[in-house]
Design a protein around this ligand. Structure first.
Ligand SMILES: [Zn+2]
Length: 909
C-alpha cells in the first residue's frame, strides 16, 4: 500500500468498520472450516510445527518443513519445486497439488498449456481436443510483502485442506479438474526479518496496541526483500532473483487464474476482485468479466461466514509490474486479495475490536479455496478464454495502428540488447534482421531488432513499448475534479513505464509488419564484449556511455589497473570517442594486461579498442590536463532513519549488483560524529516519512559533513534529500525548494492577510467579499497551499550539458521519473552548474499524466546540479534516479557522479 491509498482507506474505514463490528468479535477459537472431515494420515500444522495455524507466525524454514511433511505423507498428490534463491540464501519453492492421475501427467499438462499458448501452431479444433482433457491451473502466491504475514499460514492451511479433506465434493472437484500451485512465500527474506523483529519484542501476552514495539516495525520493515525492493513493482523489469524465478515458472505453467495475496491497513476488512479503474486498455474484456466469477464465489463464502469485504474502490491493475497485473498479459485472470493486517498475533482496531492472526489466516484460506473452486467450475471456459486471448492478440496485431517496433543499432547498444533480453524473458518474440531493410520511411541496417505485434504477446508488447498507455478519460476527469476540491487523487502508482523511454533506447513504431529474414533473439541481458584492433598495444580505449563501460571501469579498478579518462571527446585513427572514454595504457599496468582486458570485456559486456599509438588528431591527448586518473572510491550510503528504505536499498543494489562497486551502509546517526575520512563519496538517499536529515544530523552532523566535503568529499543527495541540502540554514546547495505558483489555480485565501505581524495583533475580522459564482465559492474554500500538488509518477524530458564532466558520455536528452511535489530553483552560475535541466513546458512530458501547474512549473528547473565546495563537491539529483532500479537511462549520470565526482575532487586524506 502507498500513502495515498492509506489516506483513502482511512476515509473509507470510518464508514465500513462500524458495520463490521459484530463479525469480528468471536475470534478466540477460530474454526477454519466447520464440519470438515480430515484424514489423520495427513499431518496437521500442529503435528509438524507444534502449534495450531494462526497461533504463531510461521518462519520460512518451518513453512518449507511443513510442505515437505505434506509431500512425504501424500507423494502421489503433492510435488515441491525450487524456483529461486533469495539474496540471503533462502530457497523459494512452489507446491503443486492435484489428483494422483493429474500429478502423474504433469509434464503433459504443462505441454498442453504450451500448445494452447500458441494459436499459430495449434488450430482451434486441436485446442478443443486439448481442453477436453486438460486440468486448469490455479496459481496462489503468498507474502510478496514480508510483513503481510497471514497469507503464508493460509497457504499451509489451504494445502492441508485440499489433501486431508474427506468426502468433500468441492475438494474432489478441485483435485480432478485443476492443479493448484501454491507459492507460499514470495519474499522469505522480508518475512523472516519481520518475524525476527516481532519475536524480539514479544512479552508475556501478545500485545494488541498498534503503538507497541511488536506492532511497530523498525526500519526498514519486512515489506521488502534484501535490497529493499518492493517486489510487487518488479515483475516486468525483473531486477531481483525472486522475480526472475517467478517470471520463468509462470511461463512454464500458464495458470488460468493467478492470485497475489496481500494485507492492507489493520482498520480495513477484506478486498477481492473485481478491481478498481483505471483498467489497462490493452487487456481483453473477457478477463475483466471473469474477475466477477471469482468475486462472486468469494462473496458467497464471506456471506456464509458472516464476513465483511469490499471490491472495486481501490487497488487497480493499471501498472503492469504487479503480481495482480503481470500474468494478465499472457492471458491469465490475475487478482490481488487484501486482508486487514494483524501485524502480529493480535491488533486492536480503531473500533475497539481485537483482530487475531488466526482470523486473518482463515480469511485468506477461505478465498484461496474459493479461487480454486471457481477455476474448477469454469475449467473449460477459462482454458478456452486463454486460447482465445492468445489468438485474438495475434489478430489485433495484424490490424493495429502499430504493427511493429524497430530498434536500430545505436550508441548504447548494450541498453538495446538488455531491453530485447527483458522482452524475450517475458514471452515476447524479438528478431534480429539478417540484412538491411526500409520501413515506414527509414532505412535500417542489418542487426536491427524488430518486434512484430502479430504474436500471442501482442498486448504486452503494446503495454511495455508504447510511449504512453492512456487512462480512461472519465477517470482522469474525476481526478481533476477531486484535485480542484482538494481531495486526494485516486491514482495508485506511476502513470508511465514505457521501457524504451526508461532505458533511453530509440524504438521506432511502424504501421506495417516487417517481413524480413530474422534470427531469434535470446533472453540474455548482457552480451559478452570484445577487444578489437591489433598490433603492439599502447593503450586500450573503452568508449564511454554504456553500463558495460562503467562495469569495466569498476572491475579494472578493483584489480588495481590504472585507468585514465578524457573529459572531452577526441579522435584517434579516424574514430571519434565520446567524452569520458577510458584510456588504459600498457605502460604502468601489468604485463598480462591483454589477458585481463579480454576477461574484463567478456564479463562486463564492454567493447575495447586496442591502439598501437597514442596520436590523437582532434581533442585532448592521453597526457592532457583534460585527462584524469581514477582512484577506486570508497562509497558510503546513509542507511536507516531518516532514509526511505526503497531509495537506500535500491541505490545500493544498483551500485553493487549492476556496477560491482561495494558500498558501505552507515546508519545516519553515525554520521553525526564519525570520521568519514575513509570515504570519498557519501550518498544521501530519499528520506522517508517522519524525521528528515536535519532532525537526525542536527548542527553537529551538518558541520561534520561540511568539514568532510571541504577536504574533498563528494556528497550526493537524491530526491527529497535535497530539502536538507537546499535548506537555507544548511546551504550545501544554493538551490531552493519552490512553493506552488500563486495564481496558478491556488490563490491565497483572504485569511492569510490577517496573520499577526510583529507587535500588531491579528485582525478579528477579515475583508468582506462577494462570491458571485460557484467558481468563486470553490476558490474561497481552497486552502492556501505551500507546495505544488504531488504527481503520482510521470516521465519527463531533461537536457544534459555536454561540456561538464558529470555529463560525459551521457545522452543529450534523458527521461526522468517525476514523483511528488519537489521543484527547485536553478543554481546560479557563480555557484555551480545545472548539468541536467528539465525541458520547456511544451516538450516536457514524455509519458503519463501530469497536472498542468506542475508541467509549467517544472520547465527549465534543475534535475542534476553540481556545486564545488572546498576540495569536494555537492551533487543534487532533485528526483531519485534509482527508483525501483528501473530507470536504466539515468544510470550513467548517477555513476558519473560517484566515479567522476571522486576523480575530480581531491582525495579526502
Ligand atoms: Zn502487499
Amino acid at each position: 500500500m502507498n500513502t495515498i491509498l492509506r489516506r483513502t482507506l482511512t476515509t473509507l474505514g470510518v464508514l465500513v468498520f462500524s458495520l463490521s463490528a459484530t463479525h469480528i468479535h468471536a475470534q478466540d477459537n477460530i474454526v477454519f472450516w466447520p464440519d470438515a472431515d480430515y484424514d489423520p494420515a495427513i499431518p496437521t500444522v500442529k503435528e509438524v510445527l507444534g502449534y495450531n495455524s494462526g497461533e504463531r507466525v510461521t518462519w520460512h524454514r518451518d513453512a518449507v518443513r511443513y510442505f515437505e511433511a505434506l509431500a512425504k505423507a501424500a507423494p502421489e498428490r503433492v510435488s515441491i519445486s525450487r524456483y529461486a534463491e533469495s539474496w540471503e540464501g533462502r530457497e523459494l519453492i512452489y507446491v503443486a497439488i492435484s489428483s494422483p492421475e493429474n500429478m502423474a501427467r504433469i509434464d503433459a499438462i504443462k505441454d498442453g498449456m504450451q500448445r494452447l499458448a500458441d494459436p499459430r501452431k495449434t488450430t482451434r479444433s486441436e485446442a478443443r481436443e486439448i481442453i477436453k482433457n486438460q486440468p486448469a491451473v490455479t496459481w496462489l502466491s503468498y507474502g510478496v510483502h514480508g510483513n503481510e504475514i497471514s497469507s503464508t499460514d493460509a497457504a499451509m492451511l489451504t494445502a492441508y485442506h485440499l489433501l486431508a479433506s474427506r468426502g468433500d465434493p468441492r475438494v474432489a472437484d478441485i483435485m480432478k479438474n485443476t492443479v493448484v500451485v501454491i507459492d507460499p512465500m514470495q519474499n522469505p527474506d522480508g518475512r523472516d526479518r519481520f518475524i525476527h523483529q516481532y519475536e524480539m519484542a514479544e512479552g508475556l501476552l501478545p500485545d494488541d496496541d498498534g503503538i507497541s514495539a511488536e506492532q511497530n516495525e523498525p526500519w526498514p520493515g519486512g515489506r521488502t526483500n534484501h535490497y529493499l525492493f518492493d517486489m510487487n513493482r518488479d515483475w516486468f523489469i525483473m531486477t531481483q532473483p525472486e522475480t526472475i524465478g517467478r517470471v520463468r515458472i509462470l511461463q512454464e505453467w500458464y495458470p488460468v487464474a493467478f492470485v497475489d495475496a496481500h494485507e492492507m491497513g489493520s482498520n480495513s476488512t477484506y478486498y477481492f476482485a473485481p478491481e478498481a479503474i483505471p483498467f489497462n486498455p490493452h487487456l481483453a474484456a473477457d478477463q475483466r468479466a471473469s474477475l466477477e466469477l471469482f468475486g462472486k464465489t468469494n462473496a458467497h463464502w464471506f456471506d456464509t461466514f458472516g464476513l465483511d469485504y469490499f471490491t472495486r474502490e481501490v487497488f487497480d491493475a493499471f501498472y503492469p509490474g504487479y503480481g495482480a497485473s503481470w500474468p494478465s498479459y499472457f492471458g491469465s485472470i490475475a487478482m490481488t486479495y487484501e486482508q486487514a493486517s494483524s501485524r502480529g498475533l493480535a491488533i486492536r482496531q480503531a473500533n475497539g475490536n481485537v483482530m487475531t492472526y488466526a482470523f486473518t489466516v482463515r480469511n485468506h484460506f477461505i478465498t484461496s479455496l474459493g479461487t480454486a473452486e471457481t477455476t474448477a467450475a469454469n475449467r473449460e471456459k477459462f482454458l478456452t478464454d486463454f486460447y482465445d486471448y492468445r489468438a485474438s492478440a495475434i489478430k489485433e496485431g495484424e490490424s493495429d495502428s502499430i504493427r511493429s517496433y524497430i530498434l536500430p543499432p545505436q550508441a548504447d547498444q548494450a541498453a538495446v540488447n538488455k531491453l530485447a533480453g527483458l522482452l524475450v524473458s517475458q514471452g515476447i518474440e524479438v528478431g534480429r534482421a539478417n540484412s538491411s531493410f526500409d520501413a515506414c520511411g527509414n532505412s535500417y541496417a542489418a542487426g536491427t531488432l524488430v518486434i512484430n505485434t502479430a504474436q500471442p504477446a501482442k498486448r504486452f508488447i503494446r503495454t511495455l513499448m508504447d510511449v504512453n498507455v492512456p487512462m480512461e478519460e472519465d477517470f482522469i476527469a474525476e481526478q481533476e475534479r477531486r484535485r480542484a476540491k482538494n481531495l486526494a487523487d485516486e491514482i495508485y502508482d506511476v502513470t508511465a513505464w514505457s521501457l524504451p523511454l526508461m532505458m533511453n533506447v530509440r524504438a521506432d513504431s511502424c504501421y506495417r509488419s516487417i517481413d524480413e529474414s530474422f534470427t531469434a533473439v535470446g533472453p540474455e541481458l548482457v552480451q559478452a564484449g570484445v577487444v578489437s584492433g591489433k598490433g603492439e598495444t599502447v593503450a586500450y580505449l573503452v568508449p564511454w556511455g554504456t553500463a558495460p563501460a562503467v562495469r569495466l571501469l569498476v572491475n579494472a579498478m578493483r584489480k588495481d589497473i590504472t585507468v585514465k579518462s578524457s573529459d572531452l571527446a577526441f579522435t584517434h585513427s579516424g574514430n571519434r570517442y565520446p567524452a569520458g572514454t577510458l584510456i588504459i595504457s600498457s605502460a604502468g599496468n601489468p604485463g598480462n594486461l591483454a589477458e585481463i582486458m579480454a576477461e574484463l570485456t567478456a564479463i562486463t559486456g564492454a567493447n575495447a579498442v586496442a591502439v598501437d599509438n597514442s596520436w590523437v588528431t582532434d581533442g585532448p591527448s592521453f597526457g592532457s590536463f583534460n585527462v584524469g586518473q581514477f582512484n577506486q572510491p570508497k562509497v558510503a550510503i546513509a542507511w536507516d532513519i531518516p532514509t526511505s528504505a526503497y531509495s537506500a536499498g535500491n541505490t545500493r543494489f544498483i551500485i553493487e549488483r549492476q556496477f560491482d562497486l561495494p558500498v558501505t551502509a552507515i546508519r545516519t546517526s553515525e554520521l553525526v560524529n564519525s570520521d568519514l575520512g575513509r570515504y570519498q563519496v557519501l550518498i544521501l538517499p530519499q528520506s522517508g516519512y517522519g524525521p528528515g536529515y536535519n532532525d537526525i544530523l542536527g548542527k553537529k552532523g551538518t558541520a561534520n559533513l561540511k568539514d568532510w566535503v571541504a577536504k574533498g568529499g563528494v556528497l550526493i543527495g537524491l530526491g527529497n534529500a535535497n530539502r536538507y541540502l537546499a535548506d537555507p540554514n544548511i546551504d550545501f546547495l544554493a538551490i531552493r525548494r519552490e512553493n506552488a505558483v500563486i495564481g496558478a489555480g491556488k490563490d491565497k485565501d483572504a485569511s492569510a492577510a490577517s496573520k499577526p505581524k510583529g507587535d500588531k495583533p491579528a485582525d478579528v475580522t477579515v475583508k468582506g467579499s462577494y462570491l458571485e459564482d460557484n467558481a468563486a465559492y470553490q476558490t474561497s474554500i481552497t486552502p492556501a497551499k505551500d507546495q505544488p500538488d504531488p504527481v503520482a509518477g510521470v516521465l519527463v524530458k531533461a537536457n544534459v550539458d555536454p561540456d561538464h564532466w558529470l555529463g560525459a558520455g551521457v545522452a543529450a536528452k534523458l527521461n526522468v521519473l517525476i514523483r511528488g511535489s519537489d521543484i527547485y530553483t536553478p543554481l546560479k552560475s557563480d555557484k555551480g552548474v545545472n548539468v541536467a535541466v528539465f525541458s520547456g513546458a511544451d516538450e516536457l512530458l514524455a509519458s503519463g499524466y501530469i497536472w498542468e501547474q506542475n508541467r509549467k512549473q517544472l520547465a527549465y528547473k534543475p534535475f542534476v546540479v553540481v556545486q564545488p565546495s572546498g576540495k569536494g563537491y555537492v551533487i543534487g539529483f532533485t528526483q531519485d534516479p534509482n527508483v525501483r532500479a528501473y530507470l536504466d537511462g539515468l544510470n550513467l549520470i548517477f555513476m558519473n557522479a560517484i566515479l567522476r565526482g571522486s576523480a575530480h575532487a581531491q582525495p579526502v586524506h
